[in-house]
Design a binder for this molecule. Structure first.
Ligand code: C2E
Ligand code: MG
Ligand code: MG
Ligand code: MG
Length: 289
């Protein structure tokens, strides 16, 4: 250790940091190997209309079933992928997979199934992003209208000019744009009007809270979105009460364990086929009505 400090906080901090670095280096090499061996999977969490329970789309979420370590959650490996730049390659793979799935789901169906794809800020630093996305559309036969691009508030705060141009191009191509985890960033509210944003996704910390004041914040977010003509998706809906509150206050759609967790592609397709016939996302939902 650099210093023999009497302050416990310093020692603990150094120790934790060392462990963190080693673990990250191990994760990095494991992640490279997993990408090479195509061990990562893309799962899809259904998104439903709150008033009717009709499924309207899904969100693509990365899953890493490690052969020895078990399922490694995105909160552990996405930061590593971002720090190492691996997220650029991984993000391309995610978008290509999501586009193939969107093509399958929308091929001979009367209902639109829109797939939301998370894009990292690191992907926006790459000047070829728009060209690469266009190439993926061409290669997969997917239409931009079948995809929603999810970004975080922080992306809008740095490199504002370039980001705005990129988002405008993507919007022009037909993609819709959503702000993920809305309400948790260092928001400057004026970006909501300045950037081309179609959808606000209310962070699940507002939805899954015992603090009643968060209900007031949810109502405030819904009213902002309504003023700006934006759609709202509530994240992390886990109970019938939460769904009822959101529906009563005019929130359009939701995702959450109450409806379904993220599913492997084949299960999503089976559910979509069934839901297209019955209109409902799950037996659980139908039972709750
Ligand atoms: P996110 O985009 O906000 O995704 C929503 C997260 O909430 C997912 O976690 C989802 O499984 C979880 N979730 C959904 N419903 C519920 C619920 O009712 N209760 C609770 N407690 N959680 C719920 P997940 O899959 O672990 O992903 C975490 C984050 O990792 C994502 O947050 C996203 O920021 C990032 N991520 C995942 N896949 C990708 C990807 O392909 N690219 C990028 N750049 N980031 C990704
Ligand atoms: Mg997301
Ligand atoms: Mg989110
Ligand atoms: Mg989140």
């Amino acid at each position: 250790l650099a210093k023999r400090s009497g302050r416990n906080s310093f020692r603990f901090y150094s120790k934790d940091l060392t462990v963190g670095v080693e673990e990250r280096m191990q994760l990095e090499s494991e992640l490279r190997r997993a990408i090479e061996r195509e061990e990562l999977e893309l799962h899809y969490q259904p998104k439903v209309l709150l008033d009717s329970g009709v499924m309207i789309g899904s969100e693509a979420l990365l899953r890493w079933p490690h052969p020895e370590m078990g399922m490694i959650p995105p909160v552990r490996f996405i930061p590593v992928a971002e720090d190492t730049g691996l997220i650029v390659e991984l993000g391309r793979w995610v978008l290509r997979e999501a586009c193939k799935t969107a093509k399958e789901l929308n091929a001979d169906c009367h209902h639109l199934h829109k797939i939301a794809v998370n894009l990292s800020g690191k992907q926006f630093q790459c000047s070829r992003l728009v060209n690469e996305i266009a190439a993926i559309l061409g290669e997969t036969g997917c239409r931009a209208e079948w995809i929603e691009i999810e970004i975080t508030e922080s992306l809008l705060l740095d490199r504002k000019g370039e980001t705005l141009q990129t988002l405008l191009k993507l919007r022009q191509m037909g993609f819709s744009i959503a702000i993920d985890d809305f309400g948790t960033g260092y928001s400057a509210l004026n970006y909501l009007a300045r950037f081309p944003i179609d959808t606000l996704k209310i962070d699940r910390s507002f939805i899954n809270s015992s603090d009643k004041r968060n209900e007031e914040l949810v109502k405030a977010i819904l009213s902002i979105a309504q003023c700006l003509g934006q759609d709202v998706v509530a994240e992390g809906v886990e109970t019938a009460e939460q769904a009822a509150f959101l529906a009563a206050n005019g929130c359009g759609s939701a995702q959450g364990f109450f409806y379904s967790k993220a599913l492997p592609k084949m299960e999503l397709i089976a559910l979509w086929v069934r839901a297209s016939a019955t209109g409902f996302v799950s037996d659980r939902y139908a039972a709750s009505r």
